[in-house]
Design a protein around this ligand. Structure first.
Ligand code: CTP
Length: 404
């Protein structure tokens, strides 16, 4: 009996990042995809055949000589709905660009008529080498999707572009491409804020909050996977830069205001997922505050920070879609509706927060309120899933001719 599940060929190249692809495979199988793993022979030095076979539930081969009666070197590519190669090494990109067919994976790439995605991972020098750039350009000109690698820590001590994006990011790309809506935000520029601002008291202390930045990063990743040009304004996060996203790092609310307003001037949509401190200490003490023997500590006077979301609402250019987040502990919906009206945004994502809710958790649950009176429930799920709903709602509000 043939499977009705979407069929994915997961090609694995010989890079250390192969270990991350186990997680991608798990996400694909758990979400109902039928995955055949085709590693190169060298890739098996990093992660062995039993791991791929156990996680995929199918036999695994690198060679065209196994099971020849079923003609796997042609059949796998012909029957696939998606071929996803991760990590795509410099060697594999070169072979694919030149149409070499020395093993099962390269044969599959030549016989595939479905979308093909390459997720490269290699050292920065190799990624930036003119030979690799030319191979990537060739593959893209033939319609393959070549994902931009993430920037960050590489295998050794060095850092730079060349990291394999996180499995969640790769999964989102695979899901979108399979849904046929891979690039519904292509031609759009979106700005996302993430993290929590820190308001300095003295050189060693600050007022801060518990935001991890996970939701904002999920929004940035998801928009990039859907083809948008993304500027991510990140306050005090410890997360790797999402692939293909321009990251602007800020510390305080005042710095965030400047960066967000600057990036938003020509943007199609702005999503304020950051937890911005409402107040900051009225004066910054240039020296560390010391304990005075026998005296009570001096109170810290606070002054109001600018409300960036409200300002975006008043500055908005025609057609621009503005989205806010509301973190509430009590009367979640009533407070959310009042906030939507007060801040003048198009959409407000309302979620309940507390000691063990939302902050730092990979999951979220929310209601998205629209200025047009709509209300969309997003059941408990990943922050990626919530991000997907937000972009669907934003996309529905963007003017169709804005990218023309
Ligand atoms: N926000 C902002 N600038 C601020 C405070 C908040 O842009 N100074 C944005 C947040 O990024 C979020 C939204 O406003 O998108 C709501 O944040 P929240 O802290 O829930 O709202 P407040 O206006 O601070 O309301 P309150 O604290 O009274 O609930």
């Amino acid at each position: 009996m043939t499977s009705l599940k979407p069929r994915v060929v997961l090609g694995v190249g010989a890079g250390i990042a192969a270990y991350k692809v186990c997680e991608l495979l798990r996400r694909l199988t758990e979400s109902g995809h039928d995955v055949r793993v085709v590693p190169t022979a060298e890739a098996l030095r990093f992660v062995g055949e039993p791991t791929w076979a156990a996680l995929s539930g199918h036999p695994v081969s690198s060679e065209v000589w196994d099971g020849v009666c079923e003609v796997p070197h042609v059949r796998l590519g012909q029957e696939a709905d998606l071929v996803f190669v991760a990590p795509a090494t410099a060697d594999l990109l070169a072979k694919a660009a030149h149409g070499l067919a020395g093993d099962l994976l390269t044969n599959t790439l030549l016989t595939a008529r479905c979308p093909v995605v390459f997720a490269p991972a290699m050292h920065t020098e190799m990624w930036e080498h003119p030979a690799t750039r030319a191979n990537v350009a060739t593959l893209r000109s033939r319609g393959a999707i070549v994902v931009e690698p993430a920037s960050g820590r590489l295998t050794g001590r060095d850092t730079g572009p060349g990291r394999l994006p996180d499995p969640a990011e790769l999964f989102e790309i695979a899901r979108r491409v399979l849904a046929g809506g891979g690039d519904d935000l292509a031609g759009r520029h979106v700005v996302v804020s993430a993290g929590g601002t820190r308001e300095a008291i003295d050189p060693v202390r600050f007022l801060g909050n518990r935001s991890s930045g996970l939701q904002g990063y999920a929004l940035a990743r998801t928009a990039a996977a859907r083809g948008a040009r993304v500027t991510l304004v990140a306050a005090n996060t410890a997360l790797p830069d999402p692939a293909g996203v321009t990251v602007v790092r800020v510390g305080s609310a005042v710095e965030m205001r400047e960066a967000v307003l600057d990036a938003s001037a020509g943007a199609d949509a702005v999503v304020m997922a950051a937890a911005v401190a409402d107040f900051r200490p009225s004066g910054y003490r240039a020296s560390k505050i010391k304990k005075a023997e026998g005296a009570e500590p001096e109170p810290i006077r606070l002054v109001k920070n600018p409300d960036i979301l409200a300002e975006l609402g008043t500055l908005r250019r025609p057609g621009q879609v503005i989205v806010g987040f509301a973190a509430e502990t009590d009367d979640v919906l009533a407070n959310g509706r009042a906030k939507l009206a007060r801040k003048g945004c198009d959409l407000l994502v309302v979620n309940q927060v507390g000691e063990n809710l939302t902050f730092g958790s990979p999951d979220n649950e929310a209601v998205v309120l629209g200025a047009d009176g709509t209300s969309t429930d997003v059941p408990h799920g990943t922050k990626e899933a919530l991000a997907g709903v937000v972009w669907d709602l934003v996309n529905a509000r963007l003017k169709p001719d804005a990218t023309a």
